[in-house]
Design a protein around this ligand. Structure first.
Ligand code: NDP
Ligand code: OXD
Length: 309
């Protein structure tokens, strides 16, 4: 009986403490301490060491402590036949919307360009964009995409979104499926990626997509590095077709030193921090699912293995 916390970012103890504080009756261990592996039924994971999940013979559920589950599928030794759950949390959605809004305004008002000019002691006013001139297009209208779309529209942006299935979101124009992608792209000035990383979305931010965006469009990738073809983005920025990109996620994190993104004047980077699971807010749903597991009830926020998200 119990939960093991498996992660390599130094936050295992923080999660263990939060779980124990909320449910002192549930045995919770960090993988870094001695623990009874045969008794573990739930693994709470975030970029766990590959192969580590196969050490738990009686595991019954793999719970991602984030919204994404792509890292679980990358672990080919993981018991992928088990149910996989993910985080759906209002604070995660709000934090994501705030990050995207801040990034959009930084783009409209040349904030990052002026920072570069400041370092060069350059005094050069630039043309800025107004909200009413900009259409924001969001790839992915799930928990984070739909909330971000609504927040942007409430502020006053024209917002549209694209998803796999058809959606209805107040004041947001929606598109769905591969057939409607070009139409969506053709009228998108700021493209925000909030798709899950799956075999169907891997590399979706590529030359073909960039060419369909209007000249001077701007890219915000807050989903996964695997969505982006880095070379295609560099080409679209250097040719002047795209005006810039704000990237929060990368193929390899931290991004290796020699990567051209580090020094590129049109690339604004943040270290995968757009929206971070808040332990206090997320722990109740983990414990609730653990209790459901123990009583044979259906789990909440279980992903579809067929869709991969
Ligand atoms: P959801 O699963 O709730 O939503 C995913 C959306 O993408 C859905 O609208 C889905 O369509 C759509 N989608 C999936 N596949 C396709 C496809 N092939 N074609 C078109 N649309 C598709 O995910 P969340 O909103 O919770 O999270 C999205 C991603 O954000 C996470 O997977 C993670 O990678 C990233 N993330 C990044 C963070 C950061 O700090 N940078 C923090 C948290 C999450 P449909 O609705 O029809 O199923
Ligand atoms: C997530 C993330 O998927 O932090 O939650 O990227």
């Amino acid at each position: 009986m119990g939960i093991v916390v498996l992660r390599q970012d130094g936050k295992a103890d923080e999660w263990k403490r939060a779980l124990r504080n909320f449910a002192p009756e549930v045995p919770v261990y960090s993988a870094e301490e001695p623990h009874p592996k045969a008794e573990i039924e739930m693994a709470l994971v975030w970029k766990h060491p590959k192969g580590s999940l196969s050490e738990y013979p009686n595991l019954k559920c793999i719970a991602s402590s984030g919204a994404g589950v792509d890292f679980i599928f990358k672990d080919t030794q993981a018991p992928l036949h088990l149910p996989i759950t993910r985080v759906v949390d209002p604070i995660l959605a709000k934090d994501m919307a705030e990050h995207v809004i801040a990034t959009v305004f930084a783009h409209l008002k040349n904030v990052n360009t002026y920072k570069l000019q400041q370092f060069d002691q350059t005094w050069k006013p630039r043309t800025y964009l107004r909200m009413k001139e900009v259409t924001i297009g969001i790839l992915g209208l799930g928990e984070l995409g739909a909330f971000t779309a609504t927040e942007l529209s409430t502020i006053g942006f024209k917002v549209q979104g694209w998803s796999r299935s058809q959606k209805e979101i107040t004041s947001v124009t929606t598109f769905n499926g591969p057939d409607q992608l070009d139409l969506f792209l053709g009228s998108t000035d700021v493209l925000v990626c909030l798709l899950p990383l799956t075999p169907n979305t891997q590399g979706i931010l590529n030359k073909k997509i960039f060419e369909k965006l209007p000249k001077n469009a701007f890219l915000i990738n807050v989903a996964r590095g695997g969505h982006l073809n880095d070379d295609d983005l560099l080409e679209a920025l250097d040719s002047g077709h795209l005006s810039g990109a704000a990237l929060d996620v990368f193929h390899t994190e931290p991004l290796p030193g020699p990567h051209p993104f580090w020094q590129h004047p049109k690339v604004h980077m943040s270290p995968h921090c757009a929206s971070v699971s808040d332990t206090e807010s997320v722990v109740p749903q983990i414990i609730a699912n653990y209790k459901r597991l123990k009583t044979g009830k259906a789990l909440e926020n279980e992903i579809s293995k067929t869709q991969g998200y």
